[in-house]
Design a binder for this molecule. Structure first.
Ligand SMILES: N[C@@H](CCC(=O)N[C@@H](CS)C(=O)NCC(=O)O)C(=O)O
Length: 253
């Protein structure tokens, strides 16, 4: 679990649950939903990705790759949204968001790993590719590459700056993978209400924000009726309203 050691006195002095997040980040949404499901109070540290607040040296002191979300809990830094979910579960086990059955538990872990491993390769490639979106410029890339130790991120942003943006075959491959993943979710939901069984788990909390992001780019969820039922069920929950909907209206100070 990536707990990042720090001696920084300002970070060590942060009490309670401090979440560094951005309104529309799917990765941050999953933490806000989990905090709501567990009924935990938390302090908001808004990192505005529109103005690239995540690239400040201060923020790199917290998150080694300058990404949201990150958590500082009683002076300990935790990053990577799937690991923050696991961390919160360990610290605050009630109400439980992990299945009792060991096979289901293993499957839940796989869904958490998948969302981490596929975030750049599949989700970002598809979303940025569809929109031909760039969050970095040729000029800002030089400074970014110097402070970013994660080569996958450097390569990804450089690819968006190429003349043709992300090559179409990469976007198509990402789309195919997304279909395979949502087809699998759909099959799981044929005879059960949640992705890995009859109770909500961290797998559902990790994957519902991927729906939120993909629907903005018109991913055809109507092809997956069981998944659509799960989506409708989830987005009606107070945790989704508080953790996702509410933040779409957020205006940074
Ligand atoms: N695997 C990481 C991915 C985090 C991530 O990529 N966050 C995005 C927002 S969803 C971000 O901070 N982007 C800013 C940037 O790329 O500079 C996690 O799940 O925490």
């Amino acid at each position: 679990m990536p707990i990042r050691p720090t001696e920084d006195p300002a970070i060590r002095a942060m009490d309670g649950i401090n979440l560094f997040h951005y309104s529309q980040s799917n990765c941050a949404m999953r933490i806000r939903i989990a905090l709501e499901e567990k009924g935990l109070a938390w302090k908001s540290h808004y990192i505005n990705l529109d103005t690239q607040d995540n690239l400040s040296d201060d923020y790199f002191n917290i998150h080694p790759h300058g990404l949201v979300p990150s958590l500082v809990h009683d002076g300990e830094i935790v990053y990577e949204s799937s690991d923050i979910l696991r961390y919160l579960e360990e610290k605050y086990p009630e109400p439980s968001l992990i299945p009792k059955d060991p096979t289901h538990r293993a499957e839940m872990e796989e869904w958490l790993d998948l969302t981490r491993d596929l975030h750049v390769k599949v989700i970002k490639v598809w979303v940025y590719g569809k929109e031909r979106y760039r969050s970095k410029t040729k000029e800002s890339m030089e400074a970014y590459s110097k402070k970013q130790p994660n080569q996958e991120l450097i390569d990804f942003h450089n690819m968006t700056l190429q003349e043709g943006h992300i090559p179409q075959d990469k976007i198509d491959a990402a789309e195919k993978k997304l279909h395979a993943l949502f087809a699998r979710i759909d099959r799981n939901l044929e005879n059960q209400d949640w992705i890995v069984g009859d109770t909500m788990t961290l797998a559902d909390i990790a994957w519902i924000p991927n729906y939120t992001l993909l629907k903005f780019n018109e991913f055809p969820f109507e092809q997956y009726p069981n998944a659509q039922r799960w989506i409708n069920h989830f987005i009606a929950r107070p945790s989704y309203k508080e953790g996702v909907d509410k933040w779409f209206d957020y205006v940074p100070a």
